[in-house]
Design a protein. Structure first.
Length: 166
């Protein structure tokens, strides 16, 4: 959102930092996936930024785009969000055995290695950031996610945080 995620920060003694922002509800929606190559265990972070809420069609087109990038049979590990549930049915119908779906337990975000990606982006990289408009926010989100995607040890730490072995 255009409202900053306010976090504690350092400032000179007696100079309280003040954020000047306006109450705007403009927002972005981001969809992402972490990939693991089976041979080399190399990790990748793929994402797409939208100016609207993610729906089943958006989810399905993201998975189609991901399949073109990966060019292999993929196993999707999904949480039980309604968009994922309805999209999974359509993906299985469309791709058959080229896409396999595995479900995370209900209400278990701590098992999802993508959740720390969002935490890092929101609460570390974009903390106290006040964008001028949605376009500026999209650029900063993309910059943050690109930095995360390029850091193998950071991506591995997200799996370690979820207590998942690679």
């Amino acid at each position: 959102m255009l409202q900053p995620v306010v976090r504690r920060t350092w400032a000179p003694k007696g100079k309280t930092p003040i954020h000047y922002s306006w109450d705007r509800g403009d927002r972005l929606s981001v969809i992402s996936a972490i990939t693991v190559s089976p041979e080399r265990c190399r990790l990748g972070l793929y994402f797409d930024i939208h100016g609207h809420n993610i729906d089943t069609d958006t989810f399905e087109s993201f998975v189609r785009w991901l399949r073109r990038r990966v060019r292999r049979r993929i196993v999707l590990v999904l949480d039980r969000w309604s968009v994922h549930r309805s999209g999974a049915r359509r993906l299985v119908e469309r791709f058959g055995s080229k896409v396999r779906i595995e479900w995370l337990p209900a209400y278990a975000p701590d098992l999802n290695p993508v959740e720390p990606v969002w935490s890092r982006t929101k609460y570390a990289d974009l903390a106290n950031y006040i964008p001028d408009d949605v376009r500026a926010l999209a650029c900063e989100v993309a910059r943050s996610l690109d930095r995360t995607a390029g850091n193998q040890s950071l991506l591995r730490s997200f799996f370690h945080c979820a207590k998942l072995r690679l």
